[in-house]
Design a protein around this ligand. Structure first.
Ligand code: CAA
Length: 258
């Protein structure tokens, strides 16, 4: 499939999805969101890690497309938010690790896209924020909810109410970003983290991701039940047999994801 506003590249088991509309700082218009959704849907079982980043020098994604949004009435705005929610929920539902490589501005919908990934690494020149209230609206692609879960209510409210942009160091300090890298090293860093994950059992990673996600909103007892079930279910899988056999035979495991 050919895309106009995104690029999907595969390097072994790592896919890199680049939002690539640099003339508008990769702003998410309807078409870009639809292409993004199609690209995520197209990922096959051979993809084991997804990296999401932005094209050009300046931006990860500078938000939803303000020019396109400016003329919307309520019914279309509802549809636009639903499209963003659906696309990011699809991303979030992937059973593989997803990494946001935030290489520049990650504002509004861009920050929301990064928040829908499992974790965020940022370049030193990144700036993150949810400036929507300055446009007379609120975040519409999950930002109020995912940011709150990521950094807590007070920080999320501070960022949303002020609309302030924070730099990568501040974003790391509040736990929004995991690591800050020099711009030239950002993608290499993400790929090296991906390479570490690819060595591990795919079924185990998928199960770990599922129980972390499903358990996060539950009380500890219920959440630990999910862990117990996930742990037990992995026994008898080819990956569990191979992983433990390889350890005992003092050799690297060769996982098949079965
Ligand atoms: N939508 C549409 N176009 C955008 C855009 C956006 N979100 N962000 C930048 N652009 C366009 C600019 O209009 C400009 O286009 P022209 O060259 O045709 O004029 C081009 O990208 C370059 O941008 P700037 O000249 O503004 O670049 P800058 O370096 O001076 O500033 C910036 C960079 C601070 C990121 C600034 O562009 C900016 O503030 N952008 C908007 C950020 C924003 O408010 N994002 C939230 C959008 S609302 C949202 O996302 C809602 C939601 O949750 C669903």
């Amino acid at each position: 499939m050919t895309y106009e506003n995104i690029r999907l590249e595969h390097e072994g088991a790592v896919a890199t999805l680049t939002i690539d509309r640099p003339k508008a700082l990769n702003a998410l218009n309807n078409k870009t969101l639809q292409e993004f959704e199609a690209a995520v849907k197209s990922l096959g079982a051979d993809t084991r890690v997804l990296i999401v980043t932005g094209g050009g020098e300046k931006a990860f994604v500078a938000g939803a497309d303000i020019a396109e949004m400016s003329a919307l009435e309520e019914p279309q705005a509802r549809e636009f938010a639903a499209l963003g929610h659906r696309a990011f929920a699809l991303l979030e539902s992937l059973s593989i690790p997803t990494i946001a490589a935030v290489n520049g501005f990650a504002l509004g919908g861009g920050c929301e896209l990064a928040l829908a990934c499992d974790f965020i690494y940022a370049s030193e020149k990144a700036q993150l924020g949810l400036p929507e209230v300055g446009l007379g609206v609120i975040p519409g692609f999950g930002g109020t909810q995912r940011l709150t879960r990521a950094v807590g209510r007070a920080r999320a409210k501070e960022l949303v109410f002020t609309g302030a942009r924070i730099d990568a160091a501040k974003a790391k300090e509040i736990g929004l970003v995991l690591e800050v890298l020099p711009a030239a090293e950002l993608l290499a860093h993400c790929r090296s983290i991906a390479a570490k994950m690819i060595k591990n059992g795919p079924l185990a990673i998928a199960t770990a991701k599922r129980v972390i996600e499903q358990g996060a909103d539950k009380d500890l007892g219920e959440a630990n039940t999910l862990e117990r079930q996930g742990f037990a279910e992995l026994f008898g899988s080819d990956d569990q047999r191979e992983g433990m056999k390889a350890f005992l035979e003092k050799r690297p495991a060769v996982f098949t994801g079965k």
